[in-house]
Design a protein. Sequence first.
Length: 191
Amino acid sequence: MKVLGIAGSLRPNSNTLAYVEKSLEVFKAADFETTLISLKGKEIKPCIGCYDCVKKGYCTIKGDDFNDILAEMREAEGLILASPVYLSSVVPQMMALLARATFVAYWNDKFFEGKVGGPITVARRAGHNVAFSQLLLWFFINGITVPGSTYWNVGMAGAGGARDADKDEEGLSTVVNFSNNMAGLMKKVFV
């Protein structure tokens, strides 16, 4: 079974990336295949509502990294989506990816249905819940099962732009617990 983690931060060595790495460590230890994609250095153009994906079965927007990432998302049984929170919402690059992915999937066999996954949001102080809800709603509208944890998968990090996720013991513990629950659920669903 494969779990794909997507870190939405465009910063090098980001805290969001650190939380996804922590999550994927749990899956690696449980003998899952894991892949990590950082949106840093990637271009994701927004959906233009052209409906070509309805007619052709794929997104026809050219010149960005969307189709390669979507292929990884389609292949994985498990999806972890993580976004930094700058203005109480998911970053635009992640939302562009998710909007286009949903459109293509919805009109082409709803290929996300039956997968397992969950969100992680990372902020210095506040805004987690709005961004967390945005990602959670994405999982729900695509028919993806989301296991719980001991708290929401939110991390406190980024004071002064530093990579300091390791100081948030509760946030990391919550992500580990979530990842263990997700791994257990995937073993029940897919084996």
